[in-house]
Design a protein around this ligand. Sequence first.
Ligand SMILES: [Zn+2]
Length: 494
Amino acid sequence: MSLATESPSPSPSSSSGSDDFAALLDAELELTSVVDSASLGDPSTSSTSDDEEDGDEDVVVEVEAVEQSSTKRRKVIEQVQDRGITIKPDEDAKAGSCKDSQIKICPPHPGFFGGLCFRCGKRQDEEDVPGVAFGYIHKGLRLGTSEIDRLRGSNVKSLLRERKLVLILDLDHTLINSTKLHDISAAERDLGIQTFASEDAPEKSLFTLEAMQMLTKLRPFVCKFLKEASNMFEMYIYTMGDKAYAIEIAKLLDPGNVYFGSKVISNSDCTQRHQKGLDVVLGAENVAIILDDTEYVWQKHKENLILMERYHYFASSCRQFGFSVKALSESMQDERESDGALATTLDVLKRIHTLFFDSAVETALSSRDVRQVIKKVRQEVLQGCKVVFSRVFPSSSRPQDQIIWKMAEQLGAICCADMDSTVTHVVAVDSGTEKARWAVGNNKILVHPRWIEASNFRWHRQQEEDFPVPAPKEKSKQKGKENADAVAPGPTES
Ligand SMILES: [Zn+2]
């Protein structure tokens, strides 16, 4: 994208300089630019206060990028000045350039770029820090609430025209698995994992991140996943990892920089500690789907979340999550491409996309809500199942409050406390209970609670016979097996 050709000239009907900047932002948000100025640092904004957190010193700054990002900045200032406003030095700004300027409705300032209001040019000070920082789009960019709303609105319109929704992708354990070099296990070392990672091979999925002293394994199917998902979604990376790491991984996943552009959100962009939020995403909540292996970080957006089965490839990852079994890397195995977690999830995304755009419902596209569609697709999974639980919960608790009960209901099953002829499944951890024996005697399906969890992860009713209920004496043996299953719950292949 060339900014020179994309930037609109000030139109006589436009009432404020922010329209011009907004148009520039709109164009920027198409993010087809090869150069990610946010990631490379903008030398012209070196006086902004958030410099310390960025860790840009690790990143090689290319001359072309520097030129391009200072062009962007110059362009913004020119546009502000085109509105008859001189960007004033600090002292003048403090004297109140805003109310003296020709632009009347500022404050509230729509937002700041490089510390200057992009409508009136006033330098940002303590009391008018508005809205949210969008440092990943442009270093030093802050947007006020109404400007964010406006951008989201126009983003939704153009997305829906293209039949696209927004997809937010977590990295670790969702699309990839990484390990520090010094955490590599003896077995991994003996198998030559570092050599594999450093070799140049076609279709390779194991990489060395030299600068970070790490190895990264791409999850099987991830390349096809991203390619197909990009036809249905505008995609963001959103990680709790730091910016330098996020950018390195984005390069592995998207070497041609066609999927993400600058839409790479990392820990320094989060507005709340230990939480991810859609507040820093310029896609609207009613069109956003999140893929993440951690539910906890999305407290405010659970309805947008598709919870992913964790991808543990390396031994250190298994250890970190308390699994004491052989890692996939140590047994030269991996998730299967064809029906592993990403392939399964892609099918779910296709279903949601189709229902959103092609449903027979007479609702206008703009008032549809992808959260309702997610809910609906989830409810198809165990539709027609009527479930009774047998001693799965502590007797002192209300069964309706238990996670597994709620999960079954979200999957479309009917949960009830008592047995009758309409019950289809008895869920138990011990085949010796009264209800379990009743199930066997009355031709009902007796199944382990992990059947519900697995159906939940895979968005598909799992074969009940894969989740047998152990007899009381087998229980301790089963426990060990459960742990092993938890490491590599998806289908694997050598
Ligand atoms: Zn202003």
